[in-house]
Each structure stands twice: as structure tokens, then as C-alpha cells.
Design a binder for this molecule. Sequence first.
Ligand SMILES: [Zn+2]
Length: 192
Amino acid sequence: MARLTKAHLRYLKHHGIEPEEAFDASGLKRAEYRPRMKAEGKFVAYGVTPCHNGHALRNRYGNCIQCSPASIAFARRSELSGYLYLARSSGLGLIKVGFSSDDPDNRIYIANLDGYGGAWDWQICATVWADHAGAKEIAVHQSLSDFRAERAWIRNGTAIVSKELFDCDLAAAIGALSAHLTAKELQMIEYR
Ligand SMILES: [Zn+2]
């Protein structure tokens, strides 16, 4: 399991990147973390092999963002439109609040292959297309912070900690999500 160091956090903050925009890529090869990061709209990978200058933050293409900070300027996650979704695992009794740039069903398909959070029974409860969806996902996570439920789990043989699970009922999650949507987006929520 990898952790963001204080130096990493300082670097991210300096460049206006939220820690939630970072993806724990430990145990994954570049070809494995790239599609996962794309699916989740994640911008920076940590837990990667250090570059020749000893940095260990890379973009989803595997380039060191500290050696080439210009790459930070484009494709900022928080600016992207995309899907916000709520999924539930009956086994864990937890809610997952996530972002998907284009296909939440595929995201949940991968989550169930990986055993995300230690569960293989994730089912989508609600999805909505939203502007600035990455920023809204972070805002919903913060609204639900009292219910945050960290779970260590094993992906490809490596321990990682899930950061988007919440021990609350679905109504509370829908309420937190709705509070950050525009009136138009509220009408577009699809419940399943
Ligand atoms: Zn570097």
C-alpha cells in the first residue's frame, strides 16, 4: 500500500490538485493503471516506480508530473463533466460515491472484478450526468465525511485503502448528492 508523502501533498496543493484526484497505483503496471485512472477520472498516480530524479507522481500515461509540470495544465479532473454515481454493496452494507467520465456501468463492472473494498456485489443505485463532476464528487464526499468508511482490500495482490465508501443509508447519500447538483441536474438523476 502506498501513501502520499508530505512532499507529495505539498506538490499537489501547490498545483491546485486535490488529494482525492490521486490514484493509488501500487501493484499495477502502467497498462493496468491507465484504464482504471481514465475510468475514474483520476489525474495523478502515486505508488509508482520513481523516475530517474527520484519523483514518484506520474500522470496516467506514466510521465513524471514533477519533471514535466506543464502536463498538469490540461485535462484537470475537477473541470470535467461526467457521471456521478451511487452504488451499494449489500455484503458490506456500504455506499460507494464515485465519478465516471463516460460509463458508470463499466466502472462498477471493473469494481466487481477487482473486489473493490472487499465486495463483489456492487450495484448502481443512482447515476446523474453533471458539469464539473469531479469537483462535485469531492464535495459529496466531504458532505458525507462523518460516515466515511475506509476499507483495506487486496487488488492484484497489493493492499490498498478505499476512500469513497460511506456507512450511511441510501437516502442520506442521495441527499448529499442532490445538495451539490443544479436544478437541471436534479431532474436528470436516474434511479435504479
Ligand atoms: Zn521526475
